[in-house]
Design a protein around this ligand. Structure first.
Ligand code: SF4
Length: 377
């Protein structure tokens, strides 16, 4: 990024200017969770901080993302959730007894969804407050609690299809997912995504406890993941430690609330405005929007393909630049400072002289190239 003019406006005004006339896109748990998937990407931090609808932007750019569940998957997910929660969560309670090893004699179940939407947040607060204080009859299972989290100065409301379970004033988030666990193994990327999402709820519930004057660590970092086992629909529960996801999320959220530094590096006239017309569809020339996005630093990695709406756009950009990012986060980190595949190959075969600071990686690449040739010979 060159020829930048430093902005004299505050961060709030700058974010509003980045959004332009496009309505602010609300954050949901999936979007917040995805932040943890690529914490080093300035482009994503800026777009999310400004509340840009990345899905709409990607579609307008001609790079629609492959997200969204099929109607079949949604129906299957809903049926599985109903099974787990049937009869006042009887099946869930059985699993909680097993997985947490707790003597749960009886359960008081509150479905917060039955309360009018506008009252749900207040009702959730009151229930959680009483439970954390150990008030008699405060309940054990809370279905559909309405939680909130501060994201870049605005409040995101999270409506999890989740249950918060408390016993003796200690809370666990229960996440119900319909991907199968087969022979004790589940798709690692699905488990990672579920863990990131559950971490958002842990963070939101901890924030609520803190706000109410209780110890936030009463919310356990072990979340209970409930999935169908093998090819039957029988639910099985597993404890998942989300401490790492919590640390990444916290770091990314702090970074979003401190976007000033990233905004400082942007040209003053930069905007991601989609300029929606009367029908709500973007009217801004796609090439112009693409140019605006290219003025922000992206950190593409193959993992973006499962976590960010802009993945195909950023992958195309990385391909055109021949970026080493395409090789995955681990390779990129090991190549630290070598931005393109061409540069890495040049250093490896000695046709390129290492720049200052690249001597060590150049030596390693030359060794790797020598070993490769020996193996091939
Ligand atoms: S897809 Fe692009 S904007 Fe999204 S996280 Fe990856 S590099 Fe950043």
């Amino acid at each position: 990024m060159s020829g930048l003019k430093r902005s004299t406006s505050g961060p709030g005004e700058r974010l509003a200017a980045l959004r332009g006339t496009t309505p602010q896109s609300p954050h949901d748990a999936r979007a917040i969770a995805a932040l943890a998937a690529n914490p080093g990407c300035a482009r994503r931090a800026l777009l999310d901080g400004a509340g840009i609808d990345k899905d709409a932007a990607a579609r307008h750019l001609g790079f629609p993302a492959p997200f969204g569940q099929s109607p079949f998957a949604i129906t299957r997910g809903n049926a599985f959730e109903s099974l787990v929660k049937a009869d006042g969560c009887a099946e869930l309670l059985r699993m909680l007894r097993e997985v947490l090893g707790l003597p749960i004699a009886e359960v008081a179940y509150h479905d917060v969804e039955n309360v009018g939407a506008h009252l749900r947040h207040a009702h959730t607060r009151a229930l959680i407050d009483r439970a954390a204080a150990g008030a008699p009859g405060a309940g054990t299972l809370y279905d559909h609690p309405l939680l909130s989290l501060e994201i870049a100065g605005s409040t995101a409301y999270l409506e999890p299809d989740v249950v918060a379970f408390q016993l003796g004033g200690r809370f666990h988030i229960v996440e119900i997912k319909s991907f199968a666990v087969i022979d004790g193994q589940a798709d690692p990327s699905a488990v990672a995504a579920a863990a990131r999402q559950a971490a958002v709820y842990v963070l939101a519930l901890r924030a609520l406890l803190e706000e109410l004057g209780h110890d936030p660590l009463k919310v356990s970092h072990d979340v209970v993941l409930v999935c169908p086992e093998n090819f039957a629909n029988r639910p099985v529960a597993t404890l998942v430690d989300v401490r790492r996801q919590l640390a990444v999320l916290r770091r990314q959220l702090t970074r979003m609330t401190a976007l000033d530094r990233l905004l400082d590096d942007l040209p003053e006239d930069l905007t991601f405005d989609l300029a929606p017309g009367e029908d709500g569809l973007p009217t801004r020339p796609p090439a112009e929007l693409a140019d605006a996005l290219r003025r922000t630093d992206a950190r593409y990695a193959p993992d973006c393909l499962s976590a960010c709406d802009l993945c195909f756009f950023c992958r195309d950009e990385a391909r055109q630049e021949g970026a080493s990012d395409l090789l995955g986060r681990q390779v990129r980190d090991e190549l630290g400072g070598v931005a393109s595949v061409e540069e890495a190959l040049g250093l490896a075969d000695g046709t390129r002289h290492p720049a200052e600071g690249q001597e060590e990686i150049a030596r390693l690449l030359r060794n790797a190239e020598r070993l490769r040739k020996e193996c091939l010979a």
